[in-house]
Design a protein around this ligand. Structure first.
Ligand code: FDA
Length: 391
């Protein structure tokens, strides 16, 4: 039987990075993946440009049953350290918004950098892992091509999102086989689906984008909201999807920091002969302004004819739009999986299972999920480095 010091299950962002960190400790490392290519999610990430980190990374940018768990690994492997690797590899990058760093060129440059960093480790593709068990003082990793004996195992098999790209959820099965607790898994950073009455407004507005603010579940996001044929999308919707639970109503502010009622009343005094839609279009994209005026039966109404009550109704519709999503698009399109291996089972410094020395979980399969904006990769690098140094 084949023997290695360290078997890393999954050749995604976390698995490849972990291999590089473990090699530096002089280990014999084998990385296994059932896919034909490594790190397929890096290839498609950030619209093909890979948002590889976020300079504002801190534990508050992650969703977890234990919000402090990520602090240790994040403090010991910071965004600047990853940027240093990117710079050393000669990869050009730029800051988009809010600390988000993207490659200027293709995302696959990051994969190539990670593969070079782990030269000396063996990468075995097209090799499905089916389980992990104890084998005396070692572990036995069951694979489609036979068992592998390993002194240490790092589970880096990701979550359930995008099964078409190789997501299997096997990390959670392995955790359960070792009697570890798992937090319920749910799709995160995912477009939401809407009832017919909301779609009736959204569809004709497909392509319109507006900056919106949504406060929900203790989180507040202000970012672009995009009307689509399927409902609503854009960063602000993806962000809030990680905090929304079925049955909950969202309150959307389509003109954050703008007192719509105050503006309309002032304009009514100054230029009351204009149409309501024209007045609204000074604060909103024109098509959205027209649609909202029409929805309230004011398609060709004059501002001067509207009583305060109607202006306040319009303002509420814009500043406090109540929306009840019916669901999400699910794992098929979710960027991440919320929940996963319960952090109470893991040592925060090494990502090692407290009651199973030598077994580690890293990356997306752990109950630490970043906001949109490069945080999930930073968690992959940081948790991988913590385990790679220790395993
Ligand atoms: P990841 O999913 O990357 O890797 C898991 C690996 O395990 C895969 O290679 C899989 O094939 C393998 N595997 C699964 N089951 C197996 C089995 N049974 N046997 C063997 N191998 C198995 N984040 C970010 O920070 N910035 C961004 O720009 C983006 N953009 C983005 C776009 C899209 C479309 C998606 C879907 C996701 C993102 N993300 C992102 C999220 C990011 O991709 C994600 O958080 C990381 O890839 C997680 O890294 P992991 O290594 O944990 O899992």
């Amino acid at each position: 039987m084949e023997h290695v010091d360290l078997a890393i299950l999954g050749a995604g962002a976390a698995g490849l990075f972990c291999a590089g960190s473990a090699l530096a400790q002089g280990r014999r490392v084998l990385v296994l993946d059932h896919a034909g290519k490594p790190a397929e999610k890096i290839r498609i990430s950030g619209g093909g440009r890979c948002n590889f980190t976020n300079l504002a990374t801190e534990p508050g940018r992650f969703v977890s049953a234990n919000p402090r768990f990520s602090a240790s690994a994040l403090a010991r492997f910071r965004p600047a350290q990853f940027v240093e690797l990117v710079d050393r590899a000669g990869i050009a990058w730029h800051e988009k918004t809010q600390g988000q760093l993207f490659c200027d060129g293709k995302a696959t440059q990051i994969t190539h950098m990670l593969l070079r960093r782990m030269e000396g480790a063996e990468l075995r593709l097209n090799c499905a892992v089916t389980g992990v068990r104890h084998g005396g003082d070692r572990f036995l990793v069951d694979t489609a091509t036979g068992p592998v004996s390993a002194a240490c195992v790092v589970v880096a098999t990701g979550g359930k999102s995008i099964p078409k790209m190789g997501a299997s959820g096997i990390g959670y099965d392995i955790a359960r086989d070792f009697d570890l607790r798992c937090q319920e898994t749910l799709p995160g950073l995912v477009p939401m689906t809407f009832a017919e009455q909301d779609l009736a407004l959204c569809r004709p507005l497909a392509g319109v984008s507006v900056e919106a603010r949504i406060r929900h579940g203790g989180a507040t996001f202000k970012d672009a909201l995009l009307f689509t044929h399927r409902g609503l999308s854009g960063p602000v919707i993806l962000q809030i999807s990680s905090f929304w639970r079925p049955g909950e109503t969202l309150t959307v502010d389509l003109a954050p920091d703008v007192d719509i009622a105050g503006h309309l009343k002032r304009q009514r005094g100054e230029a009351g002969r204009i149409a309501v839609a024209t007045a609204l279009s000074r604060m909103l994209p024109e098509r959205l302004a027209q649609a909202i005026a029409a929805e309230l039966g004011l398609a060709s109404a004059r501002l001067a004819d509207q009583p305060n009550k109607m202006l306040e109704k319009l303002a509420a519709r814009i500043n406090r739009w109540q929306l009840r999503p019916v669901g999400t698009e699910g794992y098929r399109t979710a960027e991440v999986t919320l929940g996963g291996v319960d952090t109470r089972e893991l040592d925060a410094k090494t990502m090692q299972v407290r009651k199973v020395p030598g077994l580690h979980f890293i990356g997306e399969c752990v109950d630490v999920t970043g906001w949109l904006g490069g945080y999930n990769f930073q968690w992959a690098w940081a948790s991988a480095d913590a385990a790679g140094r220790a395993a």
